[in-house]
Write a protein that binds this ligand. Structure first.
Ligand SMILES: [Ca+2]
Length: 276
């Protein structure tokens, strides 16, 4: 076969295998790299503000007084002023390459960013195709520890517009600002996903966890468990102790699926985060 034909076939294969393409997910590229406060959306992102101005560039090496004092990934994060419950600063990006109906995992890191003082409460809302579908926990502008938010969603269309906006639940007594970094987007291909689970409701806490994960069941059962990473690789398994406490100190920080089995049959599963 001639080389050009092989090349053509390879290009076609690459095109077929192209996945969803979120651009500049860590906000490291921003239009003006020499100015501390840039009221524009990061490169590849579009303004989604309906209050305030636009997202600000949080560039720690360039502006060492910025809060938080470091990005969760790279050198740059985005900062948003939270307005009313319905108004605030935000940004969005139309992302192509989805398979409609398939599940995807969206993650991002967030923290308080009280550059202008105050400890007001706020949260991020998450929108898909302009529809609000999820929110982070309510957190303080003064809480500068990075936390991770996880959203599993079914792609409604082949191109999905993904948007974030900061809001306060208690305007006008609360406002503040929040930082975001390290957006992740990938197909949700956890082992067991789609399995017809004989469900028993159980809660896991704390979430994110650090050194242990506590399960809470409505009834006492003799069960085994398996923890897999987001690629479905088992990382921890065994009998579930009577205390229903699992030592997670050995897991690297990240997103995991906990599956619980009764006599070998999958009976429940839950997603949790392991933090530093
Ligand atoms: Ca970053």
């Amino acid at each position: 076969m001639k080389n050009w034909l092989i090349g053509f076939i390879m290009v076609c294969l690459v095109k077929v295998s192209v996945a969803q393409t979120l651009l500049n997910p860590s906000f490291e590229n921003w239009a003006n790299p020499t100015v501390c406060e840039t009221n524009t959306a990061p490169d590849q992102w579009l303004d989604f503000s309906n209050g305030g101005l636009a997202p600000d560039e949080g560039n720690y090496p360039l502006c060492p007084s910025t809060i938080p004092g470091s990005a969760s990934h790279g050198n740059v994060y985005a900062r948003f002023m939270a307005g009313t419950p319905l108004q605030g600063e935000g940004m969005h990006q139309p992302v192509s390459g989805f398979s409609p109906g398939k599940q995807y995992l969206l993650t991002f890191d967030f923290a308080g960013s009280n550059l202008w003082g105050g400890n007001d409460n706020l949260r991020f809302h998450i929108f898909l195709n302009g529809v609000r579908v999820d929110s982070t926990i309510i957190f303080s502008s003064a809480d500068t520890l990075w936390q991770k938010h996880v959203l599993i969603f079914n792609a409604p269309t082949s191109t999905v517009d993904i948007a974030f906006r900061a809001h306060t639940p208690a305007w006008p007594t609360s406002g503040g600002s929040a930082a975001m970094d390290n957006v992740g987007l990938q197909p949700y291909t956890l082992m067991g996903a789609g399995v017809d689970v004989k469900s028993i409701d159980f809660a896991v806490y704390p979430n994110p966890c650090t050194s242990f994960l506590q399960l809470k069941f409505p009834t006492a059962e003799s069960l085994t468990f398996r923890i897999t990473d987001i690629n479905g690789r088992p990382v921890l398994e065994g009998d579930l102790p009577e205390s229903a406490t699992i030592n997670t100190a050995g897991l690297v920080p990240g997103c995991y699926l906990l599956q619980v089995f009764d006599a070998g049959q999958l009976t429940g599963q839950n997603v949790f985060l392991k933090s530093e």
